[in-house]
Design a protein around this ligand. Structure first.
Ligand SMILES: Nc1ncnc2c1ncn2[C@@H]1O[C@H](COP(=O)(O)OP(=O)(O)OP(=O)(O)O)[C@@H](O)[C@H]1O
Length: 271
């Protein structure tokens, strides 16, 4: 059970670019939060503060009530698993299994537990058949799922996913959605940075919109995706279902396929 509290977070890269301009965000334990916004809005920079890849220029981050200041990646990795957008930033071992087992072993778990966690993570991500293969013999989409498996296997109370669906086909996106559901059932706090608005609307309780290093909107998908001005500022297109409902002249905001079908049945009895 791990909440996240971010206060007045400012981050300036050594190059002088200020990527975060005072971010305040309270995330409850077990919440599923998507962070959206145009390229360069600061989403990745923000997410990388959660496991200590970056440390604040000013402001504070608390994970499970504890200030992250002075705690490095090694200490934070027991609490926050971070799945990189690009698996090349994460994978290093000679086999998929070795990569997936590294995290839990590094956290000091016993060998039996390491195998159990790795097998479960590889099965959940659909890469079990590649366990003994070199990650670089897999397709980019499969490698991305190895990166996801290697973080799932660490069984951390918080998981951060940077662009989890990029390059994934429909079957894999469904698998990733199921994994997010299972993590939610276990009480894991899940944050994802995503440009995939349909995926965001279907799988997250809360949507945080960023622009120019700040949070400009925050709420459920229904609330956020109907704020046209904020979406324009963040250069974000609403999910397809909302656009379709609007085209059909529906007043109620509908952001998911199930929501769309429910509204359709109300509007067209017998549909
Ligand atoms: N390593 C870096 N050095 C200097 N500036 C950087 C670095 N990484 C990102 N930036 C700058 O920081 C700002 C925020 O970038 P960031 O990658 O956090 O945005 P983002 O919202 O995640 O974008 P994207 O959707 O493209 O991933 C941008 O102006 C970007 O150019």
């Amino acid at each position: 059970m791990t909440a996240i509290s971010i206060s007045d977070l400012v981050y300036t890269y050594p190059s002088g670019v200020t990527a975060l301009n005072g971010v305040n965000l309270e995330i409850a334990s077990g919440e599923r939060v998507a962070i959206i916004g145009q390229n360069g809005a600061g989403k990745t920079t923000l997410s990388r503060h959660l496991n200590g890849i970056y440390t604040p220029s000013s402001g504070t981050i608390r994970i499970g009530g504890e200030d992250t200041a002075g705690r490095g990646i090694a200490q934070l990795s027991a609490h926050v698993g971070y799945v990189f957008q690009n698996p090349a930033d994460q994978l290093f071992a000679k086999t998929v299994r070795a990569d997936v087992e590294f995290g839990p072993r590094n956290l000091g778990k016993g060998e039996e537990e390491v195998h159990r966690l790795a097998d479960a993570a590889m099965a959940a991500t659909g890469i079990a058949e590649h366990a003994e293969h070199h990650p670089y013999h897999l397709s980019p989409a499969e490698r991305k799922r190895v990166a996801l498996a290697s973080v799932l296997a660490m069984d951390t109370p918080v998981i951060v996913l940077d662009e989890p669906t990029t390059g994934q086909d429909h079957v894999a996106v469904t698998q990733i959605a199921r994994i997010i559901d299972e993590l939610h059932e276990r009480g894991t706090t899940v944050l994802a940075v995503s440009h995939d608005m349909d995926f965001v609307a279907e799988n997250f309780d809360r949507v945080v919109v960023m622009a120019q290093g700040r949070v400009i909107a925050d709420g459920t998908a229904d609330v956020v995706f109907t704020q046209a001005e904020k979406l324009a500022e963040a250069r974000v297109e609403p999910p397809q279902m909302l656009r379709l409902g609007a085209e059909l002249g529906w007043d109620a905001p509908v952001t998911t396929v199930d929501g769309f079908l429910g509204e359709l049945r109300e509007q067209v009895p017998g549909a």
